[in-house]
Design a protein around this ligand. Structure first.
Ligand code: ZDP
Length: 286
């Protein structure tokens, strides 16, 4: 018995992907996901992603459990992995067209419909939709509900940080610093995540502006801790950089696991994220 899975990663942000196309409820419980994600007692991953049947107008539905069993609304690196996983499954089924260049899927998520597109070079570009900027939408209590939380003071670990908050469907708190390598992420990350200003907790990014079109980022993820990359976080960081006048609308974001290309399009205000996604191995677990 057991359940078949494939491990994928996007810049070292790693996920267990499950073919859940024939059932609308995830094949694992959040408790099982915690166990599967354990790097010593399980398979090891930052999260579990389920490829579920589509709803209404969409091809598929994506759901995710973080490695702590909580369920985020969205996952940028994860949706690139999902697009590759679906293409691999369709290839096995013989339903994938021979030429996949430029092929796109519509994916229902808890943060709305996302559209990943397969690039000729093997990377995946995702239309991540609109960022949400009002405090109530993030959510944060740092300012009034209908205000943007841009460059506001936040006290964490005996220090005052100037933070900007952005939702990409999931909450992000961004701080610009002179040197990301000097940040004691494992100590202050959890304090940002659980700060009372963030009722749904928060993902936390520290950003060093190398140039207006090149940002260096380290991330503490809600429900997963330090990860090598975070796609929604890279999008949120670019938005925060534009809102504070620190960067252009198009930039490379360098994460510990590698680089993502991010654009906040002028025309429709959508975020576009381009990056790799690769399969690692398949197996069966129970
Ligand atoms: O919002 C959260 O709870 C995140 N831990 C979700 C995962 C985000 C991710 N790293 C990304 O790339 O956007 C997968």
């Amino acid at each position: 018995m057991g359940i078949a899975f494939t491990k994928y990663h996007g810049l070292g942000n790693d996920f267990i992907l499950i073919d859940n196309r024939h059932q609308s409820e995830p094949l694992l419980t959040p408790e099982q996901a915690v166990h599967w994600c354990d790097r010593h007692f399980g398979i090891g991953a930052d999260g579990v992603i389920f490829a579920l049947p589509g709803q209404a107008e969409t091809n598929y539905t994506m759901r995710i459990f973080n490695s702590d069993g909580s369920e985020p609304e969205m996952c940028g690196n994860g949706i690139r992995c999902l697009a590759r996983f679906i293409a691999d499954l369709e290839q096995q089924d013989g339903t994938l067209p021979a030429d996949t260049a430029g092929m796109a899927y519509t994916i229902q998520t808890l943060a709305g419909v996302m559209v990943p597109k397969l690039e000729v070079d093997g990377r995946v570009t995702v239309d991540m939709g609109l960022p949400h900027l009002m405090a109530a939408e993030i959510p944060t209590t740092l300012t009034a509900a209908e205000q943007k939380a841009v460059d506001l003071p936040l006290d964490v670990a005996g220090q005052t940080w100037q933070v900007t908050c952005v939702s990409m469907g999931n909450p992000h708190c961004i701080t610009f610093v002179d040197d990301v390598s000097a940040i004691p992420l494992e100590v202050i990350g959890p304090q940002f995540e659980h700060h009372s200003a963030f009722p749904q907790r928060t993902n936390t990014e520290f950003i060093q502006v190398i140039r207006r079109d090149y940002l260096k980022m380290r991330v503490w993820e809600r429900g997963a801790g330090i990860t090598l990359a975070c796609g929604t976080g890279a999008c949120a960081a670019l938005v925060a950089g534009v809102l504070t006048g620190k960067c252009d609308r198009r930039a490379t974001v360098e994460l510990p696991g590698g680089c993502l290309e991010i654009e906040w399009a002028e025309a429709n205000q959508h975020l576009y994220m381009t990056g790799p996604a690769a399969s690692v191995f398949s197996g069966v677990a129970g």
